[in-house]
Design a protein around this ligand. Structure first.
Ligand code: SAM
Length: 275
């Protein structure tokens, strides 16, 4: 399996160029049927030849992430989620390094089957796997210290069916999956740094850009892959919508005394409390 050529790199066919800012021509890479077919073939190759399949963006993409985790001293008991884990090779690498709380999800059950076989062969029983659509995540998918995405946001961006909505849903799911101040490491070949900053501007701040290979073409140089580290902002701690829902459920008799100050305080100016 090879990574597609990046839009901001070189080599993307004209027909695949975005028609408008922030969108891509739809592609089979954005559909579950495509990934099911890929992992069906890879499962067969694994059964027949023990071939685990390729790593998206190559081994160096994993080393880059691991290097950052070591530099940042991410503890070995930190909970790590690999979003769209594919054959799960990154989970294997993390577990071999001693990370004890690693989870991989993928919406293709065949990817989960393949990663399960590979993990079994490697004798690493503690890795957790779940067939799950990140755009419709279960409630269990929350509280992670670190979320990793290598190529999954790219794939989702190519979905033929309202990709821009799906990207927004991705950001919401990510907010839920990560704990406050948690880290999000994304590797993309479709989005530039500035575009990713824009996509994740709500609720996330950039910490670092990880170095990726550069190329020179026609006298100009650039990167074919972008790797960024974001941190979830603390402000998302306050879930105003949930707070409001809770407030509406309170019995009326509990009245002003138990209403959140946020709702009541504007009235203080006009009508000071009676107690
Ligand atoms: C480009 S591959 C990358 C696989 C792996 N992360 C790697 O680096 O080798 C994208 C993966 O995302 C998965 N995927 C795409 N959309 C998804 C979604 N909505 N929820 C979960 N997984 C998804 C695909 O099945 C596929 O395994």
């Amino acid at each position: 399996m090879a990574a597609p050529n990046g839009r901001h790199g070189t080599g993307l066919p004209e027909t695949m160029e975005a028609e408008e800012e922030g969108s891509f021509a739809p592609s089979a890479l954005g559909t579950r049927e495509h990934w099911d077919a890929v992992y069906e073939r890879e499962l067969q190759a694994f059964q027949e030849r023990g071939d685990s399949g390729e790593v998206w963006f190559g081994e160096e993409s994993m080393n880059r992430l691991i290097k950052w985790m070591e530099k940042r001293k991410i503890p070995l008991d930190a909970s790590v989620l690999d979003i769209g884990t594919g054959n799960g090779i990154f989970l294997v690498e993390l577990a071999k390094l001693g990370y004890s709380d690693v989870t991989g999800i993928d919406y293709s059950p065949l990817a989960i089957q393949l990663s399960g076989r590979i993990i079994e062969k490697e004798g690493l029983p503690n890795i957790k796997l779940q067939a799950e659509d990140f755009l419709n995540p279960s409630t269990k998918l929350s509280g992670f210290h670190v979320c990793i995405d290598k190529g999954t946001f790219d794939a989702i961006s190519l979905n033929p069916d309202s990709a821009s909505e799906k990207r927004k849903q991705y950001v919401k799911s990510l907010s839920r999956a990560l704990q406050d101040k948690g880290f999000f490491l994304i590797t993309s070949c479709n989005w530039t740094k500035d575009e990713l900053l824009n996509e994740f501007s709500e609720g996330f701040e950039i910490l670092e850009e990880l170095p990726t290979p550069t190329f020179t073409f026609g006298g100009r140089s650039g990167n074919s892959v972008t790797a960024l580290v974001f941190q979830k902002k603390l402000i998302q701690n306050v879930d105003l919508e949930a707070m409001w829902d809770q407030t509406k459920k309170l019995p009326l008799t509990s009245g002003l005394t138990v209403w959140p100050w946020a709702c009541y305080s504007p009235l203080w100016i006009l009508c000071p409390p009676l107690w």
